[in-house]
Design a protein around this ligand. Structure first.
Ligand SMILES: NC(=O)c1ccc[n+]([C@@H]2O[C@H](COP(=O)([O-])OP(=O)(O)OC[C@H]3O[C@@H](n4cnc5c(N)ncnc54)[C@H](OP(=O)(O)O)[C@@H]3O)[C@@H](O)[C@H]2O)c1
Length: 222
């Protein structure tokens, strides 16, 4: 397919490179067509570069790696009617990110309710069906259980308890991060309701490590 990119930054470079290797025709687009052409030359494999408008006009699938809507950087959006746009953008995520709506974690409410206790958020992301399998089976499957809490000893004990039933505890930091684990459960349950599959658990799965094929990460976004 002819795959184009709006924006020629980090993600465009590595995905363009990977799809070029897979045999697709790649066009990089940029606000600066010269920059896009230089990246295309770096990648090789027949990749070309041009303006974002040219990408819109000539590509079948367009990856938007620009945190902005198309009408803000294209002369016209007419050319993209009916085309597939893959949106890989994530909103800015400052380390101190704590959106008001999600902050009222149940675990934090419990801690506030009983300040003298040591609350650890744990086990909210494994459906009950997961524990039909025994500890050895879950351990072999590499099932992870995220935990968050403020008391180191309480987390140590939780880690051991999770291990006893086959889960590898992953420390997610303090209780102020519990909201993230609760939101993660929303993601998981949405998937469960859509598919009926309760045997899916979240985990941090390491991608295979390899040398940079298409250049190192430059200053950019995550
Ligand atoms: N980097 C990652 O590991 C990663 C992983 C998953 C998802 N993401 C998401 O993917 C998106 C791109 O990340 P990235 O690391 O590739 O960022 P990046 O290196 O900064 O590239 C983004 C490109 O978008 C273009 N751009 C920026 N602002 C623009 C504007 N106002 N109008 C038009 N073009 C604009 C720029 O390209 P030109 O200068 O060529 O016009 C820029 O190089 C972000 O939303 C990020 O959250 C990133």
């Amino acid at each position: 397919m002819k795959i184009g990119f709006w924006g020629s930054g980090n993600m465009a470079r590595v995905l363009g490179g990977a799809w070029a290797v897979a045999g697709h025709t790649i066009m990089f687009g940029s606000r600066d067509a010269e920059k896009a052409r230089a990246i295309a030359a770096e990648i090789g494999l027949g990749a070309t570069g041009g303006t974002n408008d040219e990408v819109a006009a000539s590509c079948e699938v367009i990856v938007s790696s620009v945190r902005a809507v198309p009408s803000s950087f294209l002369t016209s959006t007419a050319a993209i009617a009916g085309k597939i746009i893959l949106d890989l953008n994530n909103r800015d995520f400052p380390r101190e990110y704590q959106p008001e709506d999600f902050l009222n974690a149940l675990a934090v409410a419990t801690q506030q309710d009983v300040p003298a206790a040591k609350v650890v958020k744990a086990l909210n992301n494994q459906a009950m069906e997961v524990f039909n399998a025994n500890a050895a089976t879950l351990q072999a499957a590499g099932i992870q259980g995220f935990i968050a809490g403020d008391d180191a000893e309480a987390k140590q004990i939780t880690t051991a308890l999770l291990q006893d039933i086959g889960l590898k505890a992953i420390d997610f930091g303090g209780l102020s991060n519990a909201w993230l684990l609760e939101v993660q459960a929303d993601i998981l349950r949405t998937y469960m309701f859509a598919t009926g599959n309760a045997l899916v658990t979240p985990g941090l799965i390491a991608a295979p490590k390899a040398e940079a094929r298409f250049g190192d990460r430059c200053q950019g976004t995550y």
